[in-house]
Structure formats: structure tokens, C-alpha cells
Design a protein around this ligand. Structure first.
Ligand SMILES: *Cc1c(COP(=O)(O)O)cnc(C)c1O
Length: 362
């Protein structure tokens, strides 16, 4: 049998493991930060109609530049962050924000270049960075998972990275960054600064979005996704807001017709039902705050969360707890610093199942 090692694969890919959050069939899946509420019957019907509408012209390539979808996304962001004043020229979309990140690295990273992040953070940032031939530098977060501006600036000045990744709210810790940290990084960074806001819609009241920093900062990119709060992980739609020149740069590296007509139609329909889809966000935030309170009440250490998941610990043998929960039908994520576990916020029933399983497992 041929193995990977027998193939003339790139040397820098040898020995690598593929990305792998376990995809297991379990009654209670709290491991990938999805929104637990499926689309309503009304939305399912609208999605079916939208797909039927494009089905008759699937012999043709889709709109390569996804202009109508980008207009809808700009309108959504302007509602999310009043004063953002974005136009469709400042918005770009792709198959998940992972593809957005890949395009950013293809345009601004590459061999001989470096990207910096602050771990623990989103595991795909270093993975996509390395696959693009870019060197990865981990300047790590502070002990409390925050990012002290002076230390971040010192790391940037030392390494002069071409791309800096900031994740806010951060995955897997849930930590939102104050704008001062982002502004300090922007002022120091010689290259692009990407603020990954996959969980922005879950942030607590009064936590600003980096979208407010876009005017006058042409090297800032804010990425968002429809996979989390928008409850559309299966659609694969991620997007960014940035200076129009950044979009021009990404046009150089994107594959032609990368976003299928079906994806564009489904995403636009979901955006048209945005109020309904995002209607679950407040419920999930309350559930999150209750979860943080409960875990602390049980004596666990819990990181503050502005997202739809909670990082908690500390367990000298976290694998035992993870397995104990799984044995009871509850799948969470063994991720982040050793001794910590991450649980996504689900429905009230799912959280009750989690609490019961936790009590039995510890
Ligand atoms: C889940 C997640 C994404 C989303 O990726 P998609 O490709 O849009 O599904 C991006 N960034 C972070 C930090 C995430 O946790």
C-alpha cells in the first residue's frame, strides 16, 4: 500500500496531521462552537426557493465578484456597527473565513515572509500560515489570555512580521481585546493586521468591533463568518471588511468563480432573514453567562467569555474529563492550554445535559 511518505509531497508537509476536531455522532455536540438552533421552517422554505431560483442557470458560472452578496454583507455590517459606513467595495466573501485567511496569506504572506499570532488562539491561523509557505511566529498571550499592548508592540518590533493575527473574541479563550491593544498593534506593525472577529456578534454590550478602526487604516482587515452566530456553518460563508485596495489584492489570488451560485443565493437568503437568525444570540449569551456562573460555583477556573463557548479548568488530566463527558453523550473540545477544556454554548437542554455529565465525571 502506498503511504503519504512514498509520495513526492513537499518536505515541509511531511509528518503533518490534518486539522481534526473529531466529528462524532453524539446526542449533545458542544465542540465546534456552532449555533445549536437550526433554521426555522420558514427559512428552510425560503432557502429551498432561493436554490430553485438559481438552479435553472447552473450551466453558467456565478457572479465572480459576488457583488449583490457583498452589498448585503456591507449593509449587515453597517447595522452591526453603526457608523462603520462600509460599501460593497470594502467587503469580500469566500467559502468560510478560513478561505479568506488563506487568500490573505497568499497575497501578503508566502515564502520568505512571516505571520505572527498570540497563542493560545485559533489553531487554523498557524496551519494556514505554514501551508502557504509563510513562517509562523507565536508571541503568546498574557497569563490571563489578554494582550498587553507594550508587550505585543515589542514582539512586533523584534520580528517585523508581514501579517499579524489578532482574534477578538479569542478562540479558545473567549477573551475580547480592547481597541487600545488593536490600535497599538496597528501602529507598530509594518504589514497587514488581521482581526478575526468570528464571534463578534456574541460580544458583551459595550465591547467595540475593530470595524470602527477601518477609516484611515488601509492595512487593517476585519474578518467575520456566517458559521457561528449566523447559524450557517454548513453554508461555508466567510467575509472581510477592509480598504478597497485590500480587496484588489485578494482578486489577484482568489480562484475564478470561487463562490458558487448556490452559496451566494443561500447566503443572501440567510442575510435577508438575519433578524430571525441572530434572534438566538441573546439567548445564547444568557446561557453562556449562566454557564460561567455555574462552573465558577462548582469551583472551576473559568475565563471570561465574549463568545459562544467557555474555557474552563484546570484539570491535571483533562483527557479523563473529556472522555467521561463523551461516555455520557456530551462532546466538548480538548483544546487550548493544557489543563483546560472548551465547551460550546448549546440549548438550555444541552447545557443541562452538560452540567449533569460534568457532575458525574469529576
Ligand atoms: C470558527 C472560526 C472561524 C470560522 O471559520 P469558517 O471557515 O468561517 O467556518 C474563523 N475564525 C475563528 C477564530 C473561529 O473560531
Amino acid at each position: 500500500m502506498t503511504s503519504l511518505d512514498d509520495l513526492p509531497i513537499r518536505d515541509d508537509l511531511r509528518g503533518r496531521e490534518p486539522y481534526g476536531a473529531p466529528q462524532l455522532e453524539v446526542p449533545v455536540a458542544l465542540n465546534t462552537n456552532e449555533n445549536p438552533y437550526p433554521p426555522s421552517e420558514r427559512l428552510v422554505k425560503a432557502l429551498g426557493e432561493a436554490v430553485a431560483d438559481v438552479a435553472g442557470s447552473l450551466n453558467r458560472y456565478p457572479d465572480r465578484d459576488a457583488v449583490a452578496l457583498r452589498e448585503d454583507l456591507a449593509a449587515f455590517l453597517n447595522e452591526d456597527t453603526p457608523g462603520a459606513g462600509l460599501t460593497s467595495r470594502q467587503v469580500w466573501a469566500a467559502n468560510g473565513s478560513n478561505e479568506i485567511i488563506q487568500q490573505i496569506l497568499q497575497a501578503f504572506g508566502g515564502p520568505g515572509r512571516a505571520a505572527m499570532g498570540f497563542e493560545p488562539s485559533y489553531s487554523m491561523h498557524p496551519i494556514i500560515t505554514r501551508v502557504s509557505g509563510t513562517r509562523w511566529i507565536d508571541a503568546h498571550r498574557d497569563e490571563d489570555f489578554g494582550l498587553e499592548p507594550a508587550r505585543a508592540v515589542a514582539a512586533i518590533e523584534e520580528h517585523r512580521p508581514d501579517v499579524v493575527f489578532l482574534t477578538s473574541p479569542n478562540n479558545p479563550t473567549g477573551t475580547a481585546l480592547p481597541l487600545e491593544s488593536i490600535e497599538a498593534v496597528l501602529a507598530a506593525a509594518p504589514g497587514m493586521v488581521v482581526v478575526d472577529e468570528a464571534y463578534a456578534e456574541f460580544r458583551r454590550a459595550g465591547t467595540p468591533s475593530a470595524l470602527t478602526l477601518l477609516p484611515g487604516n488601509p492595512r487593517l482587515i476585519v474578518t467575520r463568518t456566517m458559521s457561528k452566530a449566523f447559524a450557517m456553518a454548513g453554508t461555508r460563508l466567510g467575509y472581510l471588511a477592509a480598504d478597497p485596495a485590500v480587496v484588489d489584492a485578494l482578486l489577484l489570488v482568489r480562484l475564478p468563480y470561487h463562490l458558487s451560485a448556490v452559496t451566494q443565493a443561500v447566503a443572501r437568503t440567510a442575510l435577508a432573514h438575519g433578524a430571525e437568525l441572530l434572534g438566538t444570540v441573546d439567548r445564547l449569551r444568557r446561557e453562556r453567562d449562566d454557564l460561567v456562573g455555574w462552573l465558577r460555583g462548582e469551583g472551576f477556573t473559568v475565563a471570561d467569555s465574549d463568545a459562544n463557548f467557555v474555557l474552563f479548568g484546570r484539570f491535571p488530566d483533562r483527557g479523563r474529563i473529556w472522555r467521561g463527558l463523551l461516555d455520557r453523550g456530551v462532546l466538548i473540545r480538548e483544546v487550548g492550554p493544557p489543563e483546560w477544556l472548551r465547551v460550546s454554548v448549546g440549548t438550555a437542554e444541552e447545557m443541562a445535559a452538560f452540567r449533569t455529565a460534568m457532575k458525574e465525571s469529576v
